[in-house]
Design a protein around this ligand. Structure first.
Ligand SMILES: Nc1ncnc2c1ncn2[C@@H]1O[C@H](COP(=O)(O)OP(=O)(O)O)[C@@H](O)[C@H]1O
Ligand SMILES: [Mg+2]
Length: 378
């Protein structure tokens, strides 16, 4: 908190070492424009494709214009007694740390690897700074589609049948992997890297040859690969907001321009459509909302998430497909639009997420970190 102005200091992190770096810049653009300058003092930090942290007052513009030299290398230390952002400046051929500013809340607007997977959350936990969104476990479980499905099964939340294979198995004996994969379900089968997003490396396979190619493609992106039953499905998404008390938005529906919601359909084809609310029977709407909340709680989510579901067109059955703990956050993204449909404006949503981050940190502060003899009450 700035003592003179009473403003909350919010560090917005964007970019990152991720295939979704560019999407993150778009999300950050909308978030920065929604942060009320009367309430917040904003520190912009971009993370390059190589993982370098760069600060400038207008770091987002610098990233968008490729003018990274206009920024100063910055860092946040894991040592909680050294709160805030430090700049790294070269002096007499050594790099020295210069304290720039304290930070009350970090908003990691980082999609995918190193942003949505618990890794940056680990650093922020070490540093003991409040941050928007899920913690380490929920982020990591939400990111790994295989572990996520294990958790769903343990909670009796419906997911389509799947199996996880490793890259090593694919490299050593792809025929064996294919034989096992074909036992999951009849074609079409979906192949996907376990820890990725934006449909990168995802393929719909109609036969053995396509499955072989799909396995090889997915194993370029990750050590762990999922094969799962392919549905002919409608794509339903629900936004979730809260910490322990969780609210779910109305469901939305995506009509992809492609055969499935591929990378092209997501970002390069404006024929993909969002329907808000999704045209569903009232019971199904309520069921989708309850599944979203159960999913969020099952992984111990915090702050926000978008829960994506598949509604089987043939059987009418609803399955949870995945959870995104840092969903696309531009003004036209599904996550904020679903809240907008129930009366929560974009800036209000950003305010609430920051409040939830502070509440979560206060809850964590109740934990003690050294052994104390039990207090028996008097
Ligand atoms: N089992 C499945 N059946 C039918 N379509 C699927 C299945 N799995 C994925 N898809 C399609 O592929 C898209 C991307 O897969 P998804 O699991 O959501 O990965 P990502 O994290 O890359 O978004 C989905 O939006 C959907 O269109
Ligand atoms: Mg998806």
């Amino acid at each position: 908190m700035d003592n003179q102005t009473n403003k909350l200091r919010v560090a917005v992190l964007f970019g990152g070492v991720s295939g979704e770096h560019e999407i993150s810049l778009l999300s950050a653009r909308s978030i920065l424009s929604a942060l009320d300058p009367e309430r917040y003092e904003v520190i912009q930090i971009g993370i390059t494709h190589e993982g370098q942290w760069l600060y400038s007052e207008n770091a987002l513009d610098a990233f968008n214009e490729g003018k990274l030299h206009a920024c100063t290398p910055a860092t946040l230390l894991p040592d909680p007694t050294r709160n805030g952002i430090y700049l790294m400046k070269e002096e007499q051929s050594a790099e020295l740390l210069h304290w720039l500013s304290s930070v009350d809340v970090v908003f990691p607007v980082l999609h995918g690897t190193f942003g949505e997977d618990g890794t940056i959350q680990g650093l922020l936990e070490m540093a003991n700074v409040a941050y928007v969104g899920s913690g380490v476990v929920a982020s990591a479980v939400g990111m790994d589609k295989g572990i996520f499905k294990d958790v769903m099964r343990a909670h009796n939340i419906p997911v389509v049948d799947w199996q996880v294979f490793t890259r090593q198995e694919v490299e050593r004996n792809i025929e064996d992997v294919i034989a096992k994969a074909e036992r999951i379900a009849p074609y079409p089968l979906f192949v996907k890297p376990a820890n990725l997003g934006s449909s990168v490396g995802v393929s719909k396979c109609h036969n053995r040859d396509q499955l072989r190619l799909g396995l090889l493609d997915a194993s370029r992106y990750d050590r762990r690969i999922l094969v799962e039953r392919g549905l002919n499905a409608r794509e339903i998404e629900v936004s979730v907001l809260g910490n322990e008390e969780v609210d779910a938005s109305v469901p939305g529906e995506i009509i992809p321009a492609d055969e499935f919601y591929s990378y092209e359909a997501k970002y390069h084809d404006d024929r993909s459509q969002l329907l808000i609310p999704a045209p569903l029977e009232p019971e199904l709407t309520e069921y989708a909302r309850s599944l979203a909340i159960r999913t969020f709680k099952a992984i111990d989510g915090a702050g926000m998430a978008r829960v994506d579901m598949l509604l089987d067109k043939e059987q009418g059955e609803l399955f949870v497909n995945e959870i995104n703990t840092i969903p696309g956050f531009t003004r036209i993204s599904m996550y904020p639009k679903l809240w907008n449909a129930v009366g929560i404006s974009y800036p209000e949503l950003v305010n609430r997420l920051i409040e939830l981050a502070l509440t979560r940190k206060a809850e964590k502060a109740k934990n003690i970190y050294r052994y104390q003899r039990e207090s028996k009450g008097k």
